[in-house]
Ligand binder design. Structure first.
Ligand code: ADP
Length: 238
């Protein structure tokens, strides 16, 4: 009977989770269109009217453009978050070497601008979804670059084959995280910095966690303030 009860509450949790995902999807999708309109008129103002308006007005337009950009990032991340468990994300063999290559291409501007040095072990083939894997690597490596210290950013990607799983680690020499915050950084909208210090949505690690769980693995981090952080995740080996 207890098992039956447990199964029932699990079903309920799954259902409300699915509803929440659907809600996030619909709202973020519907917010996109009006935002696109706002952004395009702001761009028009910037391009055609800059010299007709005084300095204050131009500043105000700049603030509005920044706000629209932040909203756009937020909507995009929410859409990704709501789509991780989508049935359209089918699983197949995924060559992580290719995934990393594509991720580094996506992050090329940030990597070049900051002279980031990235080293990595040969990566295995896993069973999963390629789009999700790109998002996972992109969020973790993107953060390692964003939260860099004054030193030249160095990122080490390692993988160990264990009995039933691969253990991946992404190590940076960035600003680090106070160990007391290590649990909550994977919760959606939990950020340790203000937008003025580092731009962000607080959704990246929540997406990463969702992806890893969907692939049957676990994700966690170890860190020391001022020294750097290491993010670990596991993926079953077939
Ligand atoms: P965002 O970067 O948009 O704020 P994330 O969910 O990606 O959101 O990360 C949550 C928080 O965890 C960040 O605000 C940051 O404080 C911290 N964090 C994540 N990755 C790192 C890292 N590699 N080094 C230092 N802090 C990090």
């Amino acid at each position: 009977q207890t098992l039956e009860k447990l199964e029932k509450s699990l079903e309920e949790v799954e259902r409300s989770n699915a509803e929440l995902e659907q809600f996030a999807y619909v709202t973020s999708h519907d917010l996109r269109e009006p935002l696109r309109m706002i952004s395009s008129f702001l761009q028009l103002l910037e391009r055609r009217y800059a010299d007709k308006l005084d300095e204050d007005a131009n500043d105000f337009i700049g603030f509005a453009v920044d706000g629209a950009k932040r909203l756009d990032d937020l909507i995009n991340d929410l859409l990704i978050y709501s789509q991780v468990n989508s049935k359209r994300r089918e699983f197949s063999s995924v060559k992580l070497e290719g995934i990393l290559e594509e991720t580094l291409t996506n992050l090329k501007v940030a990597i070049d601008e900051n002279n980031v040095v990235i080293t990595h072990d040969p990566l295995p083939i896993i069973y999963g979804n390629d789009q999700s894997m790109i998002q996972l690597f992109q969020n973790l490596i993107g953060n390692a670059i964003k939260y860099r210290s004054d030193e030249t950013p160095k990122i080490e990607i390692s993988v160990k084959k264990e009995d039933k799983q691969y253990l991946f680690s992404i190590k940076d020499n960035g600003i680090g995280i106070d160990p007391k915050h290590l649990e909550r950084i994977f919760t959606i909208f939990q950020r340790l910095h203000s937008d003025r210090e580092y731009e962000g949505t607080g959704i990246g690690l929540a997406i990463a966690q969702k992806i890893v769980i969907q692939h049957g693995g676990q994700i966690w981090a170890e860190s020391e303030l001022g020294k750097g952080s290491t993010f670990y995740f596991t993926i079953p080996n077939q």
